[in-house]
Write a protein that binds this ligand. Structure first.
Ligand SMILES: NC(=O)c1ccc[n+]([C@@H]2O[C@H](COP(=O)([O-])OP(=O)(O)OC[C@H]3O[C@@H](n4cnc5c(N)ncnc54)[C@H](O)[C@@H]3O)[C@@H](O)[C@H]2O)c1
Length: 244
């Protein structure tokens, strides 16, 4: 049997990097797409494919997926993981520069749309496929002073559900993973400040932030094809944060 193929966006760092490592152990052949091409290559593993790509660049995304489909023959799983939290100016609504709003929404919402739009014809031709979108609990509860990020993840989550509804009859599934607070290069600066780290951990019933591997495990279970009746689901992996 040929190895299943997964495309992971933003696979060069953090949750995406851990997901690549986990999927490699599950026997997937990987294609890793990231702004940082070197980091993508390091994550792709032997036999994997990698390229530098901005998921918000429509022509580049269309070309990349077309070439990947030709080279790999099939794409079983797309992990829409590439994301940004926004810079220090992306705070409350009236103080967020329009350019910063656009930048966050372009990566976190337009990116999953463009990549899914590019992969769906391949999955439709196969009669199977699974789009897994890394949203956030910020898609379910608002993060204070992070309006662009919160809006972008709410949109990404509902986009994942929209795909589930529209493609269920074709054999294609779509699910979202909603991590809570995860230790990655995106968040490490906050965890390096003891008071901020304590503040974050005080909201998490299990008493610690997640490691990237905790989220990669959830993605791997979804990607495995087990729980095959599940589609349109938001899998919350947050140590109980939003259960309080
Ligand atoms: N870290 C957390 O606490 C947390 C919590 C919930 C959700 N998430 C989500 O998980 C995903 C991964 O986050 P992370 O914490 O691992 O971040 P990270 O910064 O460690 O990694 C993000 C990766 O995405 C790549 N990337 C960024 N913009 C891109 C673009 N336009 N095109 C292609 N690649 C791009 C970066 O180069 C980087 O390799 C994001 O969608 C993030 O919003 C993170």
């Amino acid at each position: 049997m040929t190895a299943p193929v997964a495309v992971v966006t933003g696979g060069g760092s953090g949750i995406g990097r851990a997901t690549c490592a986990r999927l490699l152990t599950e026997g997937f052949t990987l294609a890793v797409l990231d702004l940082d091409g070197d980091a993508a290559r390091a994550a792709a593993g032997p036999g994997g494919t990698a390229r530098a790509l901005d998921v918000a660049d429509a022509p580049a995304v269309a070309q990349a997926f077309s070439e990947l489909a030709s080279a790999l023959g099939r794409i079983d799983v797309l992990v829409n993981n590439a994301g940004i939290s926004g810079g220090p100016t992306a705070t409350v609504c009236h103080e967020t520069p329009v350019e910063e709003w656009d930048r966050v929404l372009a990566t976190n919402t337009r990116g999953p749309f463009l990549c899914s739009r590019a992969v769906l014809p391949v999955m439709l031709a196969q009669g199977s496929g699974h789009v897994i979108t890394i949203a956030s609990v910020a898609g379910q509860v608002a993060f204070p002073a992070r309006c662009a990020y919160t809006a972008s993840k709410g949109a990404a989550l509902m986009f994942a559900k929209s795909l589930a509804v529209d493609y269920a009859h074709t054999g294609i599934r779509s699910n979202a993973v909603c991590p809570g607070f995860v230790r990655t290069p995106m968040t490490q600066w906050r965890l390096d400040i003891p008071e901020l780290a304590a503040q974050v951990e005080s909201h998490i019933p299990v008493g610690r932030v997640a490691e990237a591997d905790d989220i990669a495990e959830a993605v791997a279970v979804l990607a495995s094809g087990r729980m095959g009746y599940m589609t349109g689901h938001a899998l919350v992996v947050d140590g109980g944060w939003t259960a309080v």
